[in-house]
Design a protein around this ligand. Sequence first.
Ligand code: LMR
Ligand code: SF4
Length: 511
Amino acid sequence: MQHFQESIYQLIVETSTNLPADVREAIQAARAREDAGTRSALSLSTIADNIRMAECNVSPICQDTGMPTFIVHCPVGANQIEMKKQIIAAVAQATKDSKLRTNSVDSLTGANSGDNIGPGTPVIHFEQWERNEIEAKLILKGGGCENKNIQYSLPTELEGLGKAGRDLDGIRKCILHAVYQAQGQGCSAGFIGVGIGGDRTTGYELAKHQLFRAADDVNPNDELRKLEEYIMDNANKLGIGTMGFGGQVTLLGCKVGVMNRLPASFFVSVAYNCWAFRRQGVLLDPATGAITKWAYRKGEELPMQKDEPAAASESGERREVVLQTPISEEQIRQLRVGDVVIINGPMHTGRDALHKYLMDHDSPVDLNGAVIYHCGPVMAKDAEGNWVVKAAGPTTSIREEPYQGDIIKKFGIRAVIGKGGMGAKTLKALQEHGAVYLNAIGGAAQYYAECFKKVEGVDFMEFGIPEAMWHLQTEGFAAIVTMDSHGNSLHADVEQESREKLAQFKEPVFV
Ligand SMILES: O=C(O)C[C@H](O)C(=O)O
Ligand code: SF4
């Protein structure tokens, strides 16, 4: 098995940097359905650019490379202890090479292990089979979409949909509700895996396993096939759209699996995966561990199409405002929801640990007129020992809702960039203080990394690389105003509209 570790390393690199062809196909189809020039169409075109860049740079598609989860099938007698050691070594190497972000954090102290290795990480499942080959599959599912997983216990009462009973129609309602509750926060348009039955643990496991099915396969169970088709036809009527900007395409795939349950329990578990649906697999020679075949069609088979120039020109109607940091209140008050803002100048990253810290401490840098970017980047040092940004898309902003309004006022921040939007408390602070919330395209980590021309410095390295406060010299960072200083929030609007649309699915369908 002299090649096993190297093969697993290749699997990790391929999964993190190159979306497979079936996922690309689903994204291309979504692009064809959105009207040119709309926010959703523009976002999908940025997503397509980002997929191309990640492949070309051999760098992470999204900075959140998730919880590395391996499922390994091996012949009877294969040495699983040895394989496990080599998988762990390959994960550590891929992290060192900036193909994975340092993503393993001590839950009590917050300390980052720095190499993705720690109690419970990576996740490795072994199963024996009677074939004379090894199959290793990997999914890199990020934290933002993981937070949008949801488990229902039937019977229940669902917002907008009424009673969901212990039958196929109740399951149908749960799945639609799962898509609704995710809004844009899991970087829609997404893929969902659904597990019917099991207990709380195996139900979620079954849901996650569905994500390993090819996006274009057909469910062999006729009832489940009909359910999947129904969901694909109807979930998109919710109008949530790419990144929750509104639009025709909210869901890119739906796969449903079933297992037995206890008489007293009826769980419907939903695993939500962002568009950056990173999963791949390899078949290996059991003697050498060399790769004999890839489990999913590789990305190269389906190059992402570039936008027609005509489509780009339609976006010309959108107001574009270039801002140099620090930004004044007057400049901010002129911005409205829907404007595209291009930011130049110094910008600072800050996410969970920093926001908590700033509540009762001073900032190490002056934040008056500043832009805070909710982002946990992948960083590396170049040959001269200088930090460079390797991947840097936004993180889900709503986690900072308890702090953000107070911090904006305390430090005089004028713009917050993130994704998925924020709540009423932040909206009020934006209005009172004169600040805006800018939505960047979640997952577009290569696209945004290019905007960071220089790393000026870093504070709080003790929080770990993703949570540290990076000071970045920025050029041409584009984001959309989705919450302005006049009380308008695109997120609140889309959520309300989709809640109203959800009610059209109240009546029974599968009886
Ligand atoms: O941790 C991150 O960088 C992003 C996260 O996956 C998110 O979607 O919020
Ligand atoms: S930022 Fe978005 S694309 Fe990246 S892992 Fe999180 S949910 Fe997925």
